[in-house]
Write a protein that binds this ligand. Sequence first.
Ligand code: NDP
Ligand code: MG
Length: 372
Amino acid sequence: MKTVSVLGSTGSVGTQSLDVIRSLGYKVAALAAGRNITLLEQQSREFLPTVVSCLPDHYHDLKTRLADTTIKVTADLTEAASLKADVTLNAVSGFSGLMPSLAAIEAGNTLALANKETLVAAGDIVMQRAKDKNIKIIPVDSEHSAIFQCLQNNNRVYKVILTASGGAFYGFTGEQLCQVTPLQATRHPNWNMGKRITVDSATLMNKGLEFIEAQKLFGLTAEQIEIVIQRQSIVHSAVEYLDGAVIAQLGTPDMKLPVRYALTYPDRAPTDSARLSLTQIGTLTFEKPTLSDYPCLEAALYAASRGGNLPAALNGADEAAVSLFLNEQIKFTDIARLVREVLDRTRYIAQPTLDDIIETDKAARRLCKERF
Ligand code: NDP
Ligand code: MG
């Protein structure tokens, strides 16, 4: 039995992680979320963590609700992240996930990482700190979990095939894309996820972020990653070895698989989810994305090639732009325009410190709001 802390426990990955933890019979050390106090209270009563954390504005409410328990309520996400546990599973959304990742590493906990922004914004710093402290980072993002599973500690890698579903608007014309609404953009054909990542899947920004995430996590050059559209989301990614062998990981589009693997690693535990039937799927298709159709992916690949603080600027701008789109303040196609403008206006720092990255993120959000 392991003890696990779940950060972002009220979200899409967080709630699915608690389902997995329930089925594995693991113990919960800490829970953390933002604003959904009703669900956080419910989860706290079921899993009885030592510490539960929420955003400061909701602290008094949660503290009052849990007054009859011995659970420590805090408004400090870092405290929840650094509580001693076998695994800290970070499923917080956005840049807010970076500091808790660093706190978990500092505390000596294995980091099961769903929060891709941690590696996009500060991949070099985070990987170095994990190396210095001899901490394992186990990916939860399904593609990276797939690559991790295919790697089998073998470093004779020729390249990695990073699969993408193509998102909600695959095949739409530029004119159609100008008209799409937040409601349409937050419905994904294969996965049920948080709002930002669903919009990012439609622009393919998500694949751009994952490209950077894969580079940092597995130490790959840009030439070693090929993005392939796999519409059915069954092949979660693959590794091609020097001898030409390609090993892929397949499964139903269900985040519980990568979550379960990250928690039980290096062991595997039986699933209670539906199993993959290849004969029912019948056909798997693979296509090369046309970069000019996906300006957000183009911007991400540009930021990846420049490195430094540009991936942090890319992420900050995208978070801000997606939130403007979800509030119906800009069009879907403006997301890419704003991200590009922010990248062009960001002061480049080749080897940013953590403070530089925090400042770059803030500046990118500010710039994005000014330019819309
Ligand atoms: P959701 O929006 O569904 O959930 C986000 C979670 O983070 C919620 O629990 C939210 O709390 C919490 N949160 C947000 N901001 C803060 C903050 N400042 N402090 C504390 N808690 C905060 O997101 P997803 O579950 O979809 O995604 C989470 C992460 O996992 C993202 O980085 C995403 O890219 C990644 N990911 C997600 C996948 C998916 O299938 N959903 C797949 C692969 C990766 P509350 O709601 O209470 O405010
Ligand atoms: Mg993914």
